[in-house]
Design a binder for this molecule. Structure first.
Ligand SMILES: Nc1ncnc2c1ncn2[C@@H]1O[C@H](COP(=O)(O)OP(=O)(O)OP(=O)(O)O)[C@@H](O)[C@H]1O
Length: 258
């Protein structure tokens, strides 16, 4: 059996009185797309900060690409992260920003410049690649953020709202790119509020609510739990598991979902 790309065991993060992430345990198969859902404030960003080693857990453990998150140097070469606000330098051009990131990752120059060109072209950014990022639109910045997260072909990419700010064509390109990267065995940990994106791409969906993993399964399985008839959507399922907290917890306890 191959090592899971992500494993969490009772991962917990407290901020004073607030329990942002509460004893979350899960396993994400290598090469799969994991859709990570939850209402505002559920703890998704905190979970991704923990898994990308930007925040330390209060208790519990996790391994990413086979390495403990306690060991930042071991984990970071294997991951890419698109946070809500991607770290990019306004004074650089799009191409310079990507070359800078490739340099940080020690990528061979000829290989990385070919991949940068290919990704810029794919996201329709080639014509603006030599313009300063300060003049980029929100969507253009988002494209740069995504490209830099996957440029080094990490084993696991954490993407927080990757289609945010993108026009319909660019959003389509983003979804196609995510599917393609997963086909190439990259594990994608995808957090978004746009449920059709998750429905289309995710092999497994986990729903976080008040820091707890209240449901987990493939999209069809989750929909079948919504109890709104045969035409239940992922939105119905999401609302069911994040509003009827007691029932969800009971099912978790009964081992029906997690
Ligand atoms: N640095 C921090 N200090 C104190 N509390 C925090 C901090 N970061 C997050 N929290 C709290 O932890 C909880 C989870 O927040 P988090 O940002 O992880 O949620 P989220 O699921 O990403 O929400 P959203 O969908 O709105 O982005 C919230 O109650 C939030 O107020």
């Amino acid at each position: 059996m191959t090592t899971p790309a992500i494993e969490m065991d009772k991962l917990t993060k407290r901020y004073g009185e607030t329990i942002a992430v509460s004893e979350v345990s899960m396993s994400v198969s290598a090469g799969s797309v994991y859709g990570f859902l939850g209402p505002n404030g559920a703890g998704k960003t905190t979970t991704m900060s923990l898994l990308t080693t930007l925040t330390r857990p209060t208790s519990g453990t996790a391994r990413v690409a086979g390495h403990s998150i306690e060991n930042r140097e071991a984990v970071t070469p294997h991951i890419g992260y698109l946070p809500e606000d991607p770290p990019i330098y306004d004074e650089l051009t799009g191409r310079e920003q990507l070359e800078y990131v490739a340099g940080l990752r020690d990528l061979p120059e000829d290989e990385s410049s070919k991949r940068i060109d290919e990704m810029l072209d794919r996201f329709d950014l080639s014509a603006d690649a030599n313009k300063r990022i300060s003049g980029y639109s929100k969507g253009m910045r988002q494209k740069v953020g995504v490209i830099q997260a996957v440029l080094h072909e990490p084993a696991v990419a954490f993407l927080d709202e990757p289609t945010s700010g993108l026009d319909p064509r660019a959003a389509r390109t983003m979804r196609d790119t995510i599917a393609e990267l997963a086909e190439q065995e990259m594990t994608i940990f995808l957090s978004t509020h746009i449920l059709p994106v998750v429905d289309e791409l995710a092999d497994t969906i986990g729903v976080l609510h008040d820091g707890e993993l209240v449901a987990e399964g493939d999209p069809e399985m989750l929909k079948s739990r919504a109890e709104t008839g045969e035409s239940a959507t992922l939105e119905d399922a999401f609302l069911a598991v994040t509003t009827d907290e007691e029932a969800a917890t009971e099912e978790v306890a009964a081992g029906q979902s997690v």
